[in-house]
Write a protein that binds this ligand. Structure first.
Ligand code: FES
Length: 492
């Protein structure tokens, strides 16, 4: 039987996402054992995989690159030392395999002699010998080996797979990423603190496989911890496939309250009354949060506001916010008129429970009203890290300028097959809904529901001004959706 592969590695080999493989398994097109698939079963299901470029994978990488602002190719190659160790590791495995092949060949020759001997005495063994000869020759034919094995060998030089116990989440470590960075990129919220080797919160135990320290850490592991195989995930990368025991945040309660002094990286106008505030935390004190959460910002001497984070937890140093200008609101006036690159901003939090329900396998419907796009953007980027399929984004805005990042929605829809994006203009202020406006918004929701009948069987995430969000929640509950599948966030 050919080697068993995790779904993450198998998906990477044939250039699809994990969900596509899960579907093949669920509908019986591909067999799996204990969450793993064999190379032969994979090739039988994707025979063209040996020839085609990984177009789908390239598209997913492209969208992630756009979404997270990372240059994919800059992080494609491991550093020279890690590369050398991976090649050494594979060379050792190759040498072991070659020695085994030699032993099998010698065994085969001895078996051959024995069969010759027996066949001379008993003619019945002549046909057995001839059958065995044909089988051996067929097995030795060039090209007999599964071509995915060759691609897998290359993939193992470039990436290593990590499985986290006890939940068995897995991810690939690429380029120069540490274990922690790779896990965050894959949307797995491992426990950590500083990201810089100081706090010890990212401690994990290596159950099997080889890791290598690639970043200095000041935190000292005790001798007992070292002997147990403990390492710091923010300072180590994987040389071979690795199994770790580590703590993963399962809920908002697992994320500690943090106070960080961040610096303004940039303030950029997105439309007439919305700006993009980009904060950067110190290297040694990054913001840990779950997608969809909020933080409190304090600027100047006393101006504060609670804002949804509009970026993904996969980049915990660069935190983005969409800020709307409200006349008379001291915080927004200060940021619009006086805040500039290099200024300090106090960040406290995170708070909020508007997070992705990752275990759900239902399609995801996101409805953003005006600035509700900020937390929804964070959730969608996280869902993309998890390679979630079937995402629908509907952005309903008071006026056209309030759809201040329509290029983002369109780029997601262009790049991902399972992503649908629509924009709707209400033509009235979504902060105040009553009378005709209520009827009009309900009509819009009704039309949205009619053109997307599968929404009834999906998870619905609503974010935006209170009046719109509450009305939409009431609408979906009245339509028969259970409260456990309608999630709301009020954003001013
Ligand atoms: S996160 Fe602080 S030491 Fe790794």
């Amino acid at each position: 039987m050919s080697e068993m592969l995790s779904l993450t590695r198998a998906a990477r080999l044939v250039g699809v996402n994990r969900t596509a493989l899960q579907k093949k398994i669920q509908c019986g097109e591909m067999t799996s054992f204990d969450g793993m698939v064999s190379r032969d079963a994979l090739l039988a299901c994707f025979p063209e995989a040996q020839l085609e470029e990984n177009a789908e994978l390239a598209r997913v990488l492209q969208i992630k690159e756009r979404a997270f602002g990372k240059r994919v190719f800059e992080r494609a190659l491991p550093d020279a030392e890690v590369l050398a160790e991976r090649i050494t590791e594979l060379s050792t495995a190759l040498a072991g395999s070659q020695s085994q092949v030699k032993q099998f060949n010698s065994l085969l020759n001895r078996l051959w002699d024995q069969l010759d001997e027996i066949a001379r005495k008993d003619a019945a063994f002549v046909s057995l010998k001839s059958w065995l000869k044909d089988e051996v020759e067929a097995a030795m034919e060039p090209g007999f080996s599964n071509p995915l094995a060759i691609r897998d060998g290359m993939l193992r030089v470039m990436t290593a797979q990590v499985t986290v116990l006890p939940g068995r989440q897995d991810f690939l470590v690429e380029g120069q990423d540490t274990l922690l960075e790779a896990a965050m990129r894959a949307g797995i919220p491992l426990n950590y603190g500083c990201s810089g080797g100081n706090c010890g919160l990212c401690k994990a135990k290596v159950v099997s496989g080889r890791v290598k320290k690639t970043r200095h850490h000041d935190f000292a592991l005790s001798e007992a911890e070292k002997n147990q195989g403990c390492i710091l995930m923010c300072s180590n990368t994987a040389i071979s496939d690795v199994v770790l025991e580590a703590t993963v945040a399962g809920s908002v309660q697992d994320i500690p309250f943090q106070q960080i002094t961040a610096k303004v990286k940039s303030v950029e106008l997105l439309s007439g009354n919305v700006l993009l505030l980009h904060l950067q935390t110190p290297r040694s004190q990054r913001l840990r949060f779950l997608a969809g959460q909020r933080v409190t910002l304090r600027v100047g001497s006393a101006y504060t506001a609670e804002l949804s984070i509009a970026s993904c937890p996969c980049d915990d140093r660069n935190i983005l916010f969409h800020l709307h200008y409200f006349s008379g609101n001291l915080f927004s006036e200060f940021v619009f008129n006086r805040l500039k690159a290099g200024d300090e901003v106090e960040v406290e939090g995170p708070q909020g429970e508007f997070i992705l329900h990752e275990k759900s396998e239902r399609a995801l419907y996101f409805i953003a009203f005006d600035g509700g796009f900020a937390p929804i953007k964070s959730l969608i980027e996280h869902a993309m890290s998890l390679e979630t399929e079937h995402i629908h984004l509907h952005w309903i805005a008071s006026t056209e300028p309030n759809i201040y990042m329509s290029n983002v929605g369109r780029a997601w829809a262009d790049a991902l097959d399972g992503f649908a994006y629509t924009e709707l203009i209400a033509g009235f202020d979504l902060h105040t809904i009553s009378g005709k406006r209520e009827t009009s918004l309900l009509d819009m929701l009704e039309a949205l529901q009619c053109s997307n009948p599968e929404i009834a069987a999906s998870d619905v995430y609503l974010a935006g001004p209170q009046a719109s969000v509450f009305l939409a929640e009431k609408f979906f509950l009245a339509a028969g959706m259970p409260k456990s599948r309608v999630f709301i966030e009020v954003v001013q």
